[in-house]
Design a protein around this ligand. Structure first.
Ligand SMILES: [Ca+2]
Ligand SMILES: [Ca+2]
Length: 286
């Protein structure tokens, strides 16, 4: 039994289809052109000597956009030494340094409040010290300085609220917790989204690695703010929090994963090529 073939497609109809497909390819691309907030934590004040502000790419790929917000709450310098600089947090609680810029440097309505614990601390590794070798080589100025949660210093746990979220948007959060001493690792809890723990780096040269240097919480939606707390992950008594990336999307991540924009573009173009090939094959039979 033969399928009945339709009449040949008019030129205007084909043009309409091509425009439709091009629109969809463009839409997919724009849909993933997310707003990205990059934040680099480091000790400030008397303990800020070895802190370095980061500019560049994080683990979330955002080509061409290298702006990072530097958040350096004041420390008392009590950890200053050959390994680096830092100390107990001694700024007013909660620490709040205003609205974040996005990864292009443009202003946003996102901001945070940091509660310091009892108080907890911050540290920046001296780039001339041996433990600096454990810092990810592709983001050294992000990972070599951090805030600390320590079980040695009492019961208080440092936490922050990430504010200004839009309850109709979808968010992905990259949390960085590694570096300095081998295996120093961090357990992050994001309110309503559970707990994830980095493994910490095994020592030596490496690049940013999922699960080791950072963890990712995705599919965050329906919230106006996010409470984030962190503690040591069990490998040592100190858990570092080096910084984070907050990615704002209009759409939920497909299949629970966020594809890189370049990959999505290739998939979109692949679909377009497959469609035009199918049209060419179909035309040969008309
Ligand atoms: Ca830094
Ligand atoms: Ca940092």
């Amino acid at each position: 039994m033969h399928m009945k073939r339709g009449t040949p497609i008019s030129v205007s109809k084909r043009r309409e289809w091509v425009l439709s497909i091009l629109f969809q390819v463009t839409f997919v691309h724009i849909g993933l052109a997310a707003v990205v907030i990059n934040v680099d934590f480091a000790p400030g004040g008397s303990g800020g000597g070895d802190s370095v502000g980061y500019s560049g790419q994080g683990a979330y790929s955002d080509p061409g956009n290298n702006y990072w917000n530097h958040r350096d709450p004041s420390t008392d310098g009590s950890f200053n030494g050959v390994a680096g600089t830092g100390g107990r947090l001694d700024s007013a609680d909660p620490y709040n340094a205003g609205f974040f810029n996005d990864s292009t440097g443009a202003g946003t309505g996102y901001w945070m409040e940091l509660w310091q614990g009892d108080p907890e601390g911050g540290f920046a590794v001296n780039s001339g010290h041996g433990t600096y070798a454990n810092v990810a080589t592709d983001a050294q100025d992000l990972m070599s300085d951090y805030l600390i949660s320590s079980t040695d210093w009492g019961a208080g746990t440092p936490a922050l609220n990430l504010n200004g979220l839009n309850s109709s948007k979808y968010y992905t959060l990259y949390l960085y917790g590694a570096g300095d001493l081998d295996f120093r690792n961090t357990s992050f809890t994001v309110g309503g989204y559970g707990t994830q723990t980095t493994t910490g780096v095994p020592g030596g040269s490496h690049t940013l690695t999922l699960g080791q240097d950072y963890v990712v919480f995705s599919g965050i939606t329906g919230v106006g703010f996010l409470p984030i707390s962190w503690e040591d992950g069990g490998e040592s008594t100190e858990g570092p929090f080096n910084g984070f990336q907050l990615i704002e999307n209009d759409e939920p991540p497909p299949g629970g994963a966020v594809p890189e924009p370049s990959t999505a573009m290739l998939i979109g173009m692949g679909g377009f090529v497959a469609w035009t090939s199918a049209r060419r094959r179909a035309r040969r039979h008309i």
